[in-house]
Ligand binder design. Structure first.
Ligand SMILES: C[S@@+](CC[C@H](N)C(=O)[O-])C[C@H]1O[C@@H](n2cnc3c(N)ncnc32)[C@H](O)[C@@H]1O
Length: 207
């Protein structure tokens, strides 16, 4: 496995397995497991959970399919830490990979027992997790005032505030229309630019 895909457990928080279980209720859990069953009721099945989150779907799958191995992908280091603590009891039946899910091919290649490098199931529970929504500092909440962060991986990339500071109305319209499929993109972009704080350049360094 490449270094880039290696699981990392940064010291973002001190997770306990109970934290993870408490913070997020997996959606359509039984229905998901029922749909996965035909693929997973085989000898030594392997599943990739592309959106590990707090590990709710993966935990239930590991409990129900006792021969199953899961590799869980998430780009959020805090989710990786919490889910890893929660799922540690499954030993080598579970492994976390901090990556974006477009790395799924490489992860499957590495996880597969087969010559053709296929796996038995891939699960994607797309969106944000309760962990990200509930923690005001993550900047996803619109219920509480918070810094406009909105990064799923807070160790890199631009915050939403930095993006707003650097983008003009046209660029914001493009972003909202392209990635949000938002029909009111021009109006939202115009309103955002009207209230946006102008960028304050850093003072020059003393010579
Ligand atoms: C709805 S939550 C998954 C919850 C999970 N099924 C559970 O039961 O706890 C979605 C997760 O996908 C992750 N995510 C979103 N976009 C991602 C991407 N492009 N690559 C990897 N993970 C991503 C988020 O960080 C979040 O933890």
């Amino acid at each position: 496995m490449s270094d880039a895909l290696a699981a990392q457990t940064p010291a973002v928080t001190q997770p306990t397995p109970a934290d993870a279980a408490r913070r997020h209720t997996p959606v359509l859990l039984d229905r998901c497991l029922d749909l996965l069953a035909p693929a997973l009721e085989v000898a030594e099945p392997v599943m990739i959970d592309c959106t590990l989150g707090l590990g709710g779907h993966t935990e239930a799958a590991l409990e129900r399919f006792t021969d199953l191995t899961v590799v869980g992908i998430d780009r959020d280091p805090q989710a990786i830490a919490l889910a890893s603590a929660r799922l540690a009891r499954f030993g080598d039946r579970f492994r976390a990979v901090r990556a974006t899910y477009d790395a799924v091919d490489a992860v499957a290649y590495d996880a597969s027992h087969r010559l053709d490098h296929t796996v038995d199931a891939i699960l994607m529970d797309l969106g944000v997790s309760s962990l990200q929504l509930d923690d005001a500092d993550r900047g996803f909440s619109y219920a509480r005032p918070a810094p406009l962060d909105m990064r799923m991986d807070q160790t890199g990339g631009r915050t939403a505030q930095e993006l707003l500071d650097g983008a003009d109305e046209r660029e914001l319209t493009r972003i909202l229309r392209t990635y949000g499929e938002e029909r009111f993109a021009p109006r939202i972009a115009a309103a955002s630019c009207a209230v946006a704080t102008p960028v304050t350049p850093s003072p020059p360094l003393p010579s």
